[in-house]
Design a protein around this ligand. Structure first.
Ligand SMILES: Cc1cc2nc3c(=O)[nH]c(=O)nc-3n(C[C@H](O)[C@H](O)[C@H](O)COP(=O)(O)OP(=O)(O)OC[C@H]3O[C@@H](n4cnc5c(N)ncnc54)[C@H](O)[C@@H]3O)c2cc1C
Length: 398
C-alpha cells in the first residue's frame, strides 16, 4: 500500500483501484501509469502465484481471424505489441520474456462454413490483415498431412502465432510495479458508491480504501465483483481442458489449427498443445480434470484431421476457466454507463483474453485518462449492449 496517499480521514485513497491482477488488470495498470505517470493505481490481487487464474493456464494463441471489426482491430494492435513486448516491457534493461512464435493460424471449415469464412476473410483483408483464402487444393499444398476430405477450405494468417501467457502477465505486472503501481495482496469483498461518487472498497483483511475509479478485471470472478455494486454481469466460469500431446509420426510444421467444432491446437516443443472446447460444459468454478476427455473427444478429432495423430499420446492435461460472456461470447469493455460512469468492466473475453489484453488494457486506460477512446473505438463492446439485451456475437469464429 506504499503508493497510496492517505487522506486526512486516515483512510487510504487512490485514483484507480483495479480488482484482479491477472493479465487484464495488470495491462490496465501498466497503460494507466504509462499514459498518466502521476495516476495513483492500486491493483488488488489475492494470489501472486495466480494458481487458479485463467492467464497462466491459457494456450497462448494470438490471431487476427475474427468477424467483428473491433476484435480484428484489437488483434491488429495487440499482436505487434506482443512481438515488441521484450523491449517495451524491459525494466532496468532486463527484457521481458514472452516467447513469441509467429507460426501463423489456420481456420478450417466444411461446406456449411465456407460462405461465412469467405465473408470473414473479406472483413479481415479490409482491415489490413495478411490472410490467405485456401480452397481444398490450397490446403493440401500447404499442409499435406491434413485430411481435407470433409473440408471446403480455410484461411491461413501467417503473421499470427502464440506466446507464453505467464510471461505476458509477469511482464505487464513487473513493468506496472516499476511505474509505481501498488499491488495489494488481498481480496475485494465489498464496494460501495459514496455520495461524492467515489467508492469505498473493503478488503477481506478488513482494511479499506477510497477510490476515484474502480476497474473490474476479475476474470471468471467478474460477476461476483460487479454484483457488489448491483451491476448484473452475464459472465460465467466455463471449464476448459488443455492437453500436451506427442506423436512419433512426422508432420510438417503446423500453424495454430482451429475448426468449427472448437478443436484448437498448435506445436509446442517436441509435441503439441491444445484442446476441444465443450460449449455445453456446466458453468461453475470446477478445476477437476477428466482424463478420459482426451481419449474420448480430443484424440478422435485429432486423428481424423491428421492421421499422424492416430499414434499420439497425451502427456499432460490441465483445466482452466474461460470467463464466458453468456450474452454473445464477446468481451464487455467500458463504464457502467448511466449508472456509475467511474465503474469499469474489462471482462467476458470468452477464450480471447490473453491476445486482446494489450488493446483492452489501453482502451480502459484511455477512457479513464482521456474520458474517451483515442487508439481504437471499442464502444460497440461496452455495457450498453448488455443493458439493452442486444447481443453482438462473432460469426462462426469462436
Ligand atoms: C485452457 C485455456 C486456454 C486459453 N487459451 C487462450 C488462447 O489461446 N488465447 C487467448 O487469448 N486466451 C486464451 N484463454 C483465455 C485467457 O486465459 C483469458 O481470457 C485471460 O487470461 C483472462 O485474463 P484475466 O486477467 O481477466 O483473468 P485471470 O487471469 O483469471 O485474472 C483474474 C484475477 O482476478 C483475481 N480476483 C478474482 N476475484 C477477486 C476479488 N474479489 N478481489 C481481487 N482479485 C480478485 C483472481 O485471483 C485472478 O488472479 C484461455 C483460457 C483457458 C482456461
Amino acid at each position: 500500500m506504499n503508493a497510496v496517499t492517505p487522506q486526512r480521514t486516515g483512510v487510504p485513497h487512490c485514483d484507480v483501484l483495479v480488482v484482479g491482477g491477472g493479465i487484464m488488470g495488470s495491462s490496465v495498470a501498466y497503460f494507466l501509469t504509462a499514459l498518466a505517470p502521476s495516476c495513483e493505481v492500486v491493483v488488488v490481487e489475492p494470489d501472486s502465484t495466480y494458481e487458479f487464474a485463467s492467464t497462466p493456464r491459457a494456450s497462448g494463441g494470438a490471431r487476427r481471424q475474427f468477424s467483428c471489426p473491433e476484435n480484428i482491430a484489437m488483434s491488429n494492435y495487440s499482436l505487434p505489441f506482443i512481438e515488441q513486448f521484450p523491449q517495451t516491457m524491459a525494466v532496468n534493461d532486463e527484457p521481458a520474456h514472452v516467447d513469441w512464435h509467429g507460426g501463423g493460424y489456420l481456420f478450417i471449415v466444411p461446406d456449411k462454413g465456407w460462405a461465412m469464412l469467405r465473408e470473414n476473410h473479406a472483413v479481415q483483408v479490409a482491415q489490413g490483415v495478411r490472410a490467405d483464402l485456401l480452397d481444398r487444393d490450397g490446403l493440401v499444398a500447404r499442409f499435406p498431412s491434413m485430411n481435407v476430405q470433409d473440408l471446403a477450405g480455410g484461411v491461413h494468417t501467417p503473421d499470427d502465432g502464440w506466446c507464453d501467457p505467464n510471461g505476458l502477465l509477469r511482464g505487464f505486472r513487473r513493468k506496472a510495479l516499476a511505474q509505481g503501481v501498488a499491488y495489494v495482496s488481498d481480496r475485494v469483498v465489498a464496494i460501495e458508491r459514496r455520495i461524492d461518487h467515489a467508492f469505498d472498497v473493503r478488503y477481506r483483511s478488513g482494511a479499506s480504501i477510497h477510490a476515484g475509479h474502480v476497474v473490474n478485471a476479475a476474470g471468471a470472478w467478474a460477476k461476483e465483483v460487479s454484483a457488489m455494486i448491483g451491476m448484473p454481469l452475464p459472465v460465467e466460469p466455463l471449464r476448459r481442458f488443455e492437453h500436451y500431446f506427442e506423436t512419433p509420426n512426422a508432420i510438417e510444421p503446423l500453424p495454430y489449427v482451429k475448426d468449427l467444432d472448437r478443436l484448437a491446437f498448435r506445436p509446442e516443443g517436441r509435441g503439441y498443445s491444445g484442446g476441444l472446447v465443450n460449449s455445453e460444459e456446466p458453468r461453475g468454478f470446477n478445476f477437476e480434470v477428466d482424463h478420459a476427455y482426451f481419449e474420448n473427444a480430443v484424440w478422435p478429432a485429432l486423428a481424423h484431421r491428421f492421421p499422424a495423430f492416430e499414434a499420439c499420446r497425451c502427456k499432460r492435461t490441465w483445466s482452466g476457466l474461460y470467463e464466458q460472456c453468456e450474452l454473445d461470447g464477446n468481451p464487455i469493455i467500458g463504464a457502467w454507463t448511466g449508472i456509475a460512469p467511474n465503474f469499469f468492466v474489462v471482462g467476458g473475453f470468452s477464450g480471447h483474453g490473453m491476445m486482446h489484453a494489450p488493446a483492452a488494457g489501453r482502451a480502459i486506460a484511455e477512457l479513464i485518462v482521456h474520458g474517451r477512446y483515442v487508439t481504437l473505438d471499442l464502444s460497440r463492446l461496452d455495457y450498453r449492449r448488455v443493458a439493452n439485451n442486444a447481443p453482438y456475437p462473432e460469426r462462426g469464429i469462436v
